[in-house]
Ligand binder design. Structure first.
Ligand code: FAD
Length: 497
């Protein structure tokens, strides 16, 4: 291939959700886009596997902000309904506490507030006021953070900052999420429930700023959704859309190096071959992009100034029974929540009473996601980021701790129903998706300035090089990764087009 490509050629490194969205956006802008993916399949963390008739989404299970997927189809002028369907879920989550309390988080705000008052005594008004503030904060403050790069004044000055300042409350900056929730609720059960939202980007509610109280807006005001066919249908729909628009995918092809000359990106090296392009977008973890593709260990080390997000241990269980009391999303809380986070981020050891999350897509599609009368359980506990711990023994430790908790609350010996089992650990998360330390969400928000510390979506030193995905601005999770691709394409418009 020519060293000076005549048409506008773009290369995307990695077919994670942000890589897919980037490829679609750039192709629609007129670039000739090729995606190189090291795995034999697309989606990165958003992938899927099947075991004996049980379907399993390997990573993400909570789907919010479907309008961000819709936006890609609108942009590409393709009818989304021919590729992708989803429905709103009536109950966001079942929350189980050790004392036997079960709180159903109804999508309907009034029903949710009434459920909380009935189960905890917390006045309905407190819930409604909290969610009202959460909506304001999301719409006016998060809007800036999610739509603009925070690292370039020329674009930031276009953001509606004056409007945002009206909604900025001092506690958002100076309290932790836990302190903020304590000031809003009387019931410790509710404080714990709303503290949990810090884990949506792998953070510690006892350290992360109260600004994260805007996250519940997504679940309780906008709603949670189930994509027909499971989460993998998001990946499949975006790959189909990208291909329809002319994007080329090359699988089993790890990019080995980013080529540059005179501070300008020139292309990449794949399978020992130079592939030239005018623009390169890395969806690889930014730490590994610097370390492995740019050979810049000092810049890689700078990325680590911000604490990595937590990781996870997942057991995929094919369960030979149906459990009435469970729904699509279920949480079994730890009784020692603060100590659990201390073990995740401080001692970095496995915790004996972990909070357990179970996702069961066969609740939405019985007989399809699992054989009739059976259930596909995705059982996850938060785990410390990989620092070389003894994961083989930790796996055994977590399995026992999870079963002990579930047996006590569900009143059954769960192990007898496990027909098939697979496991994902922080180490396999790291090797499968090149996510440094197996972090789920790149970096954590465990500091007041976290939002400003994430790596920008562009390179300061190499023209034509951009970054997207969970390890860069605005952060991890599907909605934020999709936003990173939108911010990147705005930057490209300003820089190149
Ligand atoms: P990734 O998914 O990290 O993919 C990067 C891709 O780049 C991979 O395919 C990798 O193989 C490829 N790659 C890396 N290096 C190279 C190279 N050198 N050459 C070519 N290809 C390369 N988010 C939610 O919104 N909701 C959830 O419920 C949720 N739960 C989660 C549960 C788990 C277990 C995990 C692991 C994550 C979860 N997340 C959730 C987070 C979410 O999955 C991620 O933030 C998001 O999918 C990351 O997408 P990404 O675009 O950054 O890329």
């Amino acid at each position: 291939m020519s060293e000076h490509p005549s048409s506008k050629k773009a290369i995307v490194i990695g077919a994670g959700i942000a890589g897919l969205a980037s490829a679609i956006r750039l192709q629609v802008m007129g670039f000739d886009v090729t995606v190189y993916e090291k795995n034999s399949y697309p989606g990165g963390k958003l992938s899927h596997f099947e075991m004996d008739g049980y379907q399993f989404d390997a990573g993400p299970s909570l789907f919010t902000r479907p309008q961000l997927i819709e936006e890609l189809f609108t942009l590409a002028k393709e009818p989304m309904e021919q590729y992708f369907a989803y429905e709103r879920v009536p109950v966001a989550c079942h929350y189980f506490y050790q004392d036997g309390t079960l709180i159903k988080a109804y999508a309907d705000r009034q029903q949710f507030a009434a459920e909380i008052q009935a189960k905890t005594g917390e006045p309905e008004e407190n819930i409604k006021a909290y969610l009202h503030d959460s909506a304001n904060a999301y719409e006016h403050i998060a809007g800036i953070f999610l739509k603009y790069t925070l690292h370039r004044l020329s674009t930031l000055f276009k953001a509606p900052i004056a409007g945002a300042l009206r909604y900025l409350k001092l506690p958002y900056l100076f309290k932790t999420l836990h302190q903020y929730n304590q000031s809003k609720f009387r019931s410790p059960k509710l404080v714990q429930l709303f503290n949990r939202y810090a884990t949506y980007n792998g953070s510690n509610p006892y350290k992360a700023p109260a600004m994260l109280s805007l996250i519940p807006h997504l679940e309780h005001n906008e709603g949670t959704f189930y994509p027909k066919g499971g989460m993998i249908s998001i990946t499949n729909a975006l790959v189909a859309l990208a291909e329809k628009k002319g994007v080329k995918f090359v699988f089993d092809s790890p990019v080995e190096k980013i080529i540059r000359a005179n501070n300008q990106v020139k292309g990449v090296v794949v399978n020992g071959e130079n592939i030239y392009a005018n623009l390169v977008v890395s969806n690889m973890d930014v730490y590994f992009t610097y370390q492995q593709l740019l050979n810049e260990p000092l810049n890689a080390a700078k990325v680590l100034k911000q604490e990595r997000s937590s990781s996870a241990f997942i057991f995929y269980w094919g369960i030979n029974k149906s459990f009435e009391q469970l729904s699509l999303h279920n949480i079994f809380f730890s009784e020692q929540y603060e100590a659990e986070f201390d073990s995740l981020f401080h001692t970095r050891q496995a915790f004996p009473d972990p909070t357990v999350y179970i996702n069961i897509t066969s609740k939405c599609e019985p007989g399809i996601q699992a054989p009739s009368g059976k259930e596909n359980w995705f059982v996850m506990v938060n785990a410390p980021a990989n620092k070389g711990q003894d994961w083989a023994s930790i796996q055994d430790f977590y399995r026992k701790a999870i079963l002990k908790k579930l047996n006590a609350i569900l009143g059954e010996d769960i192990a007898q129903y496990i027909e098939v089992e697979e496991v994902l650990s922080p180490v396999t998360i790291e090797t499968k998706t090149a996510s440094y330390m197996g972090s789920l969400y790149g970096t954590s928000s465990n500091s007041k300035m976290a939002a400003f510390m994430r790596h920008p979506n562009f390179s300061n030193t190499i023209k034509g090089l951009y970054f997207v995905g969970g390890s860069v601005h605005p952060g991890g999770g599907i909605p934020l990764c999709l936003s990173s691709a939108a911010i990147m394409s705005d930057l490209v418009k300003a820089d190149v087009v």
